[in-house]
Every structure is written in C-alpha cells, then in structure tokens.
Design a protein around this ligand. Structure first.
Ligand SMILES: Cc1ncc(COP(=O)(O)O)c(C=O)c1O
Length: 395
C-alpha cells in the first residue's frame, strides 16, 4: 500500500520542537508524570479486583456515553466539597484524560482561522491541538495573579475592531502549566465579567487542583462562580493516580452537552479503568491525597534547595505551593531551546519556554517539573543542569 497523499496535512501543527525533547533521560524534569513514589499499587490492585467482582458484568455492554455513573457521582461530590462547584452527574462527561476532554471540546468549537485566547505561556498539548486545527492563538499577558484583565480587554477590543469574536478563552486557573500561577479570587471575578461582556466562554482547566502542597486554600473554581453558562470545566485523575489510566472529565453547561452528544461517538474511556479509579478513590482517595502532598513537598523542596545551591542570583524561579513544576527565568540573552541538546546528552531534560508559545519565542524561560525523580536524583540533576548552563554561558 502506498500512503502518499492519503493523510490529511492540516492536522499537523506547524510548530518546531527542540532537539532532544523525545530522548530518554535519567533526570526527567520535563514531564508531569504521576508521582509514582506516592502510589500504593497493592491497594490499587485490591480495589480493582473488588470492583470487578462486584460490578464486572458492567463490562459486557458498551459504557454509558458519559461514562461510569459511580465515578461521575463521586466527582460531583468532590467538586462540591473541594472546588465550590454544585453540579450533578448528568453534566459530567468522562474522557480519555484532560487531553481527551480538550480535544473533544475543540472538535465542537474550532474551525480554521478561529481565534482563541490563552495565557502568555500555556500547556503545549493544547497549543498543539489548537495550532493543528489552524486556530489563531492570541497569548494574553499575565502577572503573578494570572491573566491581566486590562490586557484581556485590550485584546478583545482590538479583535472587535476587526469584527473578530474569539471562540473561547482557555485558562489553566490553578497551579498553571507551565508557570505555576493560581488565578486570584479577585481576578476570577474580573475575568468572568469580561467573558460575559464580550460573549467569550471560558474553558477552565484544573488538572493540577489535587496537588496542593502548602500555602493558602485555593479560590473556588470559576465554573462555580458563574450562573450564565459561561464556563466549561476540565480536570483529570491521570496525574493523581497514573498517566497510563487516561481518566479525565469535563463538566459542561447544557448547550455544550447537547452539541457534544452530536459528535462524541465511541470515544468513551475504558470502563475498567474508570471502575478502578472510582473504587480506589472511594476507598483510599483521602489518604492517597495526603501521600501525594507529602511526597511532592519533599521533591519541591529538594528542587528549590538544589536551585539555590547551584544557580546564581541572575536567575529567578517560582516557589510553588502546589502542582508539579516551577518556572525559571534566565538572563535575557539565554537560549534554553538551543541548549536542551547539551543537557540531554548529560542526562537532564527540561522544557524550554518557547514550547509554551505559539511562535516558540521567550526561550530565556524554562519549565522544571519535580514529580518524577526522587529528591536525591533532583539534587544530582539540577547540579548537572547548572553546570551545562554555565559551560554554555547561559548563566
Ligand atoms: C494543563 C494540562 N492539561 C491537560 C494535560 C493532559 O492531561 P491528561 O494526561 O490528563 O490528558 C496536561 C498534561 O500535562 C496538562 O498539564
């Protein structure tokens, strides 16, 4: 078979990736893998076995198109207790990770040349999905409280003068990927008002809301602060229990749910994985959360102290109270994109800042994740990274 001229070309994003990004490394500070050191696999096996024995016959038919009801019930309870969202299982749709939820939503919203607003730096997976659908991505300036309302409104006015209304804004509102910023309560109110004024819905991605380490309690989700159907909410259990499980979800207003029902065929996540996730969370969710918090605290602290020991004052980095990553600023001249190859050759991987931008600029920033390696490995890897940057004259 000759596949030449068979594949679509428009779904390949026209963006570049730095050399070395896909190599295996010992010190992997580039991916938000599940914290394997806090997961109790014996308990997971036990609760999985129990739920199969109890409810295994639900594996025979195709799953409910919105996913396993028990898990949707549990999600709705947790969202009410933890995130200020009053919803019901009927508004929740289980998906293949948060990524599956994003992709499905893009399917019903995005056509080539549509405009979407996102933060100054944003999750590279969503960015790739948007660019592959030929969306026009507009980055909005941020400070340490999230996107800046004045900048948001300025961009909206500018677009309005060109007769453009963005399809939506996409915000990672808690422990943002990649910057770690949480949008403050005051900002949330301002952003919602602007969204309503300009008729631009919000996709609120809270993939990291389960990863609180210390600091102030989180502000409530924007989904729960809104009574005008302006927000779609996304989250996942992939990072909490296992990236390999691929369980995420969307909570959506009725008009969005109706539209999704027209396009979502045969893409529900595995019923077995959803049953396993449900039973583990139901039996051990709370204690597992405490283990994750303890483990991430040690790893974050290891990374912060290793950075302080090895990097000069000309570099700045965030001190996150949650999530799995920190955001680093190098001197203006530094190019973390070009240097990645050298770091990977020494066993260390990170994400250059440009990966989180549609046009791949701002590479004097980089993202470092701390969820995968042990505290000792984090110390070793950061020491090597500082040495690479010094030899390459970045710092
Ligand atoms: C903000 C954000 N959204 C979505 C995803 C994809 O998550 P999942 O593995 O649940 O599909 C990631 C993964 O890193 C992420 O950081």
């Amino acid at each position: 078979m000759n596949y030449e001229n068979k594949f679509t070309t428009h779904k390949i994003p026209e963006v570049s990736f730095p050399d070395g990004l896909r190599d295996e490394t010992k010190y992997t500070f580039s991916i938000t893998y599940t914290d394997q050191h806090s997961m109790d696999y014996a308990k997971f096996a036990e609760t999985t076995k129990d739920i199969i024995l109890k409810d295994g016959n639900s594996l025979a038919p195709y799953p409910d198109p919105q996913g396993y009801l028990e898990l949707r019930n549990l999600i709705s309870e947790r969202l009410s207790n933890l995130r200020g969202i009053q919803t019901n299982p009927d508004s929740i749709i289980l998906t293949g990770g948060a990524g599956g939820a994003i992709s499905t939503l893009l399917d019903i919203f995005i056509e080539p040349n549509d405009t979407v607003l996102i933060e100054e730096f944003s999750y590279l997976g969503t960015l790739a999905m948007l660019l592959s659908r030929q969306a026009n991505v507009v980055h909005i300036d941020c400070d340490d409280e999230g996107i800046i309302p004045e900048s948001l409104e300025e961009n909206l006015e500018d677009l309005k003068s060109k007769n453009i209304t963005p399809k939506f804004m996409y915000l990672i509102s808690v422990f943002q990927n990649p910057t770690g910023i949480t949008i403050s309560l005051k900002r949330r109110k301002e952003i919602l008002e602007i969204a309503q004024k300009y008729n631009v819905p919000i996709i609120e991605n809270e993939s990291y809301a389960d990863f609180i380490i210390d600091g102030d309690p989180l502000p409530p989700a924007m989904y729960g602060m809104d009574d005008t159907n302006s927000v779609m909410y996304i989250s996942a259990y992939t990072k909490f229990l296992g990236c390999g499980l691929r369980i995420g979800y969307a909570v959506v207003p009725e008009p969005v749910k109706e539209q999704l029902a027209k396009v979502k065929f045969g893409t529900s996540p595995s019923q077995l994985a959803t049953m396993s996730v449900y039973n583990y969370l139901d039996k051990h969710g709370y204690e597992h959360g405490l283990e994750v918090e303890k483990s991430l605290m040690q790893k974050r602290d290891a990374m912060l102290s290793a950075l302080k020991e090895n990097f000069p004052d000309t570099c700045e980095w965030t001190k996150p109270n949650g999530g799995m990553m920190l955001w680093m600023k190098l001197p203006e001249h530094a190019d973390s994109w070009e240097t990645l190859r050298k770091a990977v050759d020494r066993g260390v991987k990170y994400n250059p800042g440009g990966l989180f931008r549609a046009n791949r600029d701002k590479n004097n920033y980089l993202r470092l994740t701390y969820s995968y390696n042990t505290p000792n490995e984090i110390h070793e890897g950061i020491k090597i990274l500082a040495d690479v940057f010094e030899k390459e004259k970045l710092i």
